[in-house]
Design a protein around this ligand. Structure first.
Ligand code: NAD
Ligand code: MG
Length: 387
């Protein structure tokens, strides 16, 4: 038996994080859990630490440190707090692969640390590639580090490419469920509530990505994520609405052949494949039955109504720090929507406004992303106050 794979999960208390722990629990001979981390949910983090006994535990929000430390004082577990600790724990020699399941821009710095320490990345935190795709993919190349996609669409593309890495991609189709507001007009969207937006038809996910799915920002972020993961131009990436979420995405090769990856929607499958590639481990997940889905349907995504998707394509063409600005505006806008401070349509309006206001820095360095993220957040907050 080979050495077990040492796993660090950044954001272990979230939707992806807890599902990753289920995968790890199912294969005790295969995985060795080294690190778990959370931002605020200290109670669940303590529960996870007592159950899994990782080497290290980090709470990003330092105000919870005392509680965490006291709860684990009698265990042989290192306990840390703060953002710097997040960057340090991923560098540990016993960590082989870092699964980035934290949400938003906060994933950027620890992902850079992990790549510099030559750890493989299982990437759920798409915002990191949206913000700084050029920097991250370049760093990964220099360090010989693979980035395995966890996002279901990108995992689908990756699974279609296994055995075909030498064949150029003509184009890819990212499937989208369409979210709870599929088929809505702008007028209908102007009246939707927070409660409606939080009800995703096919997936149960964290609050931020659930709102992003309803506004199609998530699909826009995924278009940019795909550009960096698979080295594509924008005209090679298409989005197709597929309400049943059975076909997880498709690749079209230069001979016109298309490959799709299918299955019942369950994030544990892409999580597991990212951690075990190139192996496929046996699971007892429910299997697909054609008679439950006699019709798989496909339709055009409406970029005139779901303006975030259109905006994502535009910022991708702008290059530089435009996508970083979009991501920051969107994080602030979604948080304000979740706080009942702004309407659903205001999210895309704010995103559009902030991208227009920000200077686009071409060939950005790390510090440029930090400053663009900060000013885009400020501009978004100021605009929200004036609404
Ligand atoms: P979530 O909100 O359920 O969990 C987020 C996790 O990150 C929690 O453990 C939280 O403590 C931690 N966290 C949040 N903010 C942090 C910060 N500032 N610093 C450090 N840690 C922080 O989110 P999720 O739905 O699990 O999504 C995680 C990531 O995976 C996102 O980037 C999302 O886009 C991506 N993703 C999620 C799904 C899904 O099904 N949930 C699918 C594809 C991609
Ligand atoms: Mg996805």
């Amino acid at each position: 038996m080979n050495k077990k794979k040492g796993i660090a999960i950044l954001g272990s208390t979230g939707s992806i994080g807890t599902q990753t722990l289920e995968v790890i629990e199912a294969y005790p001979d295969y995985f060795d859990l080294q690190v778990i981390t959370a931002n605020n949910n200290v109670d669940l983090l303590i529960e996870q630490a007592l159950k899994f006994h990782p080497n290290s535990v980090v709470i990003s929000n330092e105000s919870h440190y005392k509680k965490l430390k006291e709860a684990l004082w009698n265990e042989d577990i290192h306990v840390y707090a703060g953002e710097d600790a997040l960057c340090q724990v991923v560098e540990s020699t016993d960590v082989d692969i870092v699964l980035t399941a934290l949400v938003g821009y906060a994933g950027l710095r620890p992902t850079i640390s992990a790549i510099n320490a030559k750890k493989s990345i299982a990437l759920a935190n798409k915002e990191t590639l949206v913000v700084a795709g050029e920097l991250i993919t370049q760093l990964a190349k220099e360090n010989g580090v693979p980035i395995f996609p966890v996002d279901s669409e990108h995992s689908a593309i990756f699974q279609c490419l296994v055995g075909e890495f030498h064949n150029p991609i003509e184009k890819i189709y990212l499937t989208a469920s369409g979210g709870p507001f599929r088929g809505y007009s702008i007028d209908q969207l102007s009246k939707v509530t927070l409660e409606q937006a939080l009800k995703h038809p096919n997936w149960s996910m964290g609050a931020k990505i659930t709102i992003d799915s309803a506004s199609l920002m998530n699909k826009g972020l995924e278009v940019i994520e795909a550009k960096w993961l698979f080295n594509l131009q924008s005209h090679q990436i298409d989005v197709i609405v597929h309400p049943q979420s059975i076909v997880h995405s498709l690749v079209q090769f230069e001979d016109g052949s298309m490959k799709a990856q299918m299955g019942l929607p369950d994030m544990k499958l892409p999580i597991q494949f990212a951690l075990t590639y190139p192996q496929r481990l046996k699971t007892d997940f429910p299997r697909f039955n054609f008679m439950d889905y006699p019709n798989l349907t496909f339709e055009q995504a409406d970029r005139n109504v779901f303006k975030n998707l259109d905006l994502a394509y535009r910022v991708m063409e702008m290059k530089g720090t435009a996508a970083c600005a979009l991501n920051a505006a969107n994080e602030v806008a979604v948080a304000a929507f979740l706080d009942n401070k702004i309407s659903f349509l205001a999210i895309s309006e704010l995103n559009e406004h902030v991208v227009g206001e920000m200077t686009n820095i071409l060939s950005p360095k790390y510090d440029d992303f930090v400053s663009v993220d900060l000013s885009a957040r400020e501009i978004t907050n100021q605009k929200i106050e004036r609404l």
